[in-house]
Design a protein around this ligand. Structure first.
Ligand code: IDP
Length: 142
């Protein structure tokens, strides 16, 4: 299986719960290595740009308001089948459907406040990683 990268965001509600460490541990335990990380408070413009694909949808304004409501932790994860593995660890987008033991089952508060973001494909991962890490990301060698 191919070594891939994916973009992960610990959303404001999970940061507010002091769940950063617990969530990052799940990635590392599953063989997803953190190759870049930064904590930031998104501006409205950044949140709109990141979620541009959802503009016009009924949940868009609520999603943007939520994403700028507090700091987020953003990381690029690297490992075998990283995109699918991260989405498995996160659980379904709607936490009502998230399997027990997933991040969203454990830390989400609602459909919008669902604790984590993960890229949905390798090509979107590349774009999303460049959005937050424009300087580039070095591979982990140790
Ligand atoms: P994903 O985050 O699992 O890839 P997307 O469909 O890309 O899911 O949606 C982006 C984010 O928008 C979701 O993680 C969630 O926070 C929010 N969202 C998506 N669909 C709904 C909805 O129907 N109601 C409320 N919020 C939604």
């Amino acid at each position: 299986m191919a070594i891939e990268r994916t973009l992960s965001i610990i959303k404001p509600n999970a940061v507010a719960k002091d769940a950063i460490g617990a969530i990052l541990s799940r990635f590392e335990a599953a063989g997803l290595r953190i190759v870049a990380a930064r904590m930031l408070h998104l501006s409205r413009e950044q949140a709109c740009a990141f979620y541009a694909i959802h503009q016009g949808k009924p949940f868009f304004d609520e999603l943007v308001d939520f994403m700028i409501s507090g700091p987020v932790m953003v990381q690029a994860l690297e490992g075998e089948d990283a995109v699918a593995k991260n989405r498995d660890i996160m659980g379904a987008t709607n936490p009502a459907n998230a399997a027990p033991g997933t991040i969203r089952a454990d830390f989400a508060d609602s459909f919008t406040e669902n604790a984590a973001h993960g890229s949905d494909a390798a090509d979107t991962a590349e774009v999303e990683i460049a959005f937050f890490f424009p300087e580039g990301v070095c591979p982990r060698t140790r």
